[in-house]
Write a protein that binds this ligand. Structure first.
Ligand SMILES: CC(C)(COP(=O)(O)OP(=O)(O)OC[C@H]1O[C@@H](n2cnc3c(N)ncnc32)[C@H](O)[C@@H]1OP(=O)(O)O)[C@@H](O)C(=O)NCCC(=O)NCCS
Length: 177
């Protein structure tokens, strides 16, 4: 905190080390609800390069999901979707939501874009009374999800053309005001 309000701390105390340059904080990333079609190109490029955009679009049409995008200069640089679905291990759970299609443009990874998109999803489902958010995580994304409070559930499996997956979940606590 600046102990000399109204004056530049840098001028008063030039010996104070500058803060390390950081990526944009997650809450500075512009995350919005968008149409499924807006996320198609990024999803196909990052998650389903073995499929065509049309194939992916047909798959996405089958779900009644809400789509989020991190947008920068008009371009979608991160995305995820979420829809109500009980996980296989708790088929009766009406408060469960499933996260799908998390992807950040390769050039923008490790800059909190994924965290910002995931936080928006968590807020969205929390406001709708969710008790749990779950996903089938790619092995390469497990650490990302763990940092966001997810834990793994059950054994991993191989998804043809995509790779090793494991189910993950995190509780969604209702925030008290
Ligand atoms: C998984 C994925 C969506 C994460 O997106 P991302 O935008 O890179 O995510 P974040 O930047 O919020 O977090 C990623 C990492 O950066 C770190 N990070 C980000 N900004 C940081 C900062 N300012 N200071 C320190 N660490 C930071 C995070 O802690 C995290 O660390 P880790 O990679 O060592 O675990 C992205 O890697 C991706 O698209 N992967 C390919 C597709 C995929 O596997 N999707 C998941 C399908 S289940």
């Amino acid at each position: 905190m600046n102990p000399f309000p109204g004056q530049s701390l840098r001028r008063i105390a030039p010996w104070v080390p500058r803060r390390r340059a950081r990526a944009v904080p997650w809450d500075a990333v512009d995350v919005r609800k968008v149409e499924a079609a807006d996320t198609l190109a990024l999803r196909q490029r990052v998650l389903r390069p073995h499929q065509t955009i049309d194939e992916l679009a047909r798959e996405m049409d089958e779900r009644d999901a809400v789509y989020f995008a991190a947008v920068e200069d008009g371009a979608v640089i991160g995305t995820a979707s979420v829809h109500r679905e009980a996980p296989p291990w708790a088929a009766e759970d009406l408060g469960a939501w499933r996260l799908r299609g998390m992807a950040t443009d390769a050039a923008r990874r490790h800059q909190r874009v994924g965290t910002a998109v995931l936080n928006a999803v968590v807020e969205y489902v929390r406001e709708r009374g969710a008790d749990v958010l779950w996903c089938n995580a790619r092995a390469t994304a497990i650490e990302f999800y763990m940092r966001a409070g997810f834990t793994t559930r059950g054994e991993s499996w191989e998804e043809p053309m995509i790779g090793t997956h494991v189910a993950m979940q995190r509780p969604i606590a209702v925030q008290s005001v």
